[in-house]
Ligand binder design. Sequence first.
Ligand SMILES: [Zn+2]
Length: 248
Amino acid sequence: MKSKLMETNYENFYADCPVCQHSNIFNRRDDLKTFNRISRMQVTCQNSECRLEFEIGNDLINSPSEMLLMEAERLIDIKSYMLSVIVSVQAVENHISQLLLLELAYKKFTNPNELNKLNELIEIYAKRTKKYGFQCQVNFLINYMLLDSKPLTLEDSLNYVSSLPEKQSTCKKEAITNSIDAYKGLATALYNTEIHRIRNKIAHKQALRPSGNQAEQVLEEASKIIYMSQNVFDSHVIDFNFYLNQCI
Ligand SMILES: [Zn+2]
């Protein structure tokens, strides 16, 4: 039997039991024990008097950052503006991190014999960027776009990632004005964004309560940055398995 009422987001799968109608919340980590997309899975109704097995599926196929944007939108609908801003900004942070990993590691993985090198790169990337906050992440992407010669091979990427600085500095405005047309729009949007400032006022001791308007503006800007960069880097699907399967 399959649940007829289902809704999913980044963290959870909401499904009504087809028999007792209990509204189940299956947490991806604790209950479903996978972060993979779920096209079909047998679950047990969480109503202790029912415990029926039924099927869930038809999971979202969006990237994590797109799912976070959808969540931010839902939070605006229920007037949770503080959380919405936090989630929108996080979507951008997550997106930049995944995008650069895709560019530097997975897209360069063309030889199955280099699997060890790929894993080494992923590990170094995680270590080097561990302390990168929002501003640093944004600068990282801008500085990468402004590189005169970008890494071409996995070996190039490994060298580049191994020498990533502790902090990414902010480039001069002229560097963006002089950048190639393909990058100008995205680089300018990244350079000018201040969405993290409002996020910080909310998340830290000030505990600012933003207006609905402010939350909508943050979501709009976050979406713009994410969709623009998907176009610039031709990475509409950030699916690492896709690149791995292509190679192996
Ligand atoms: Zn049930």
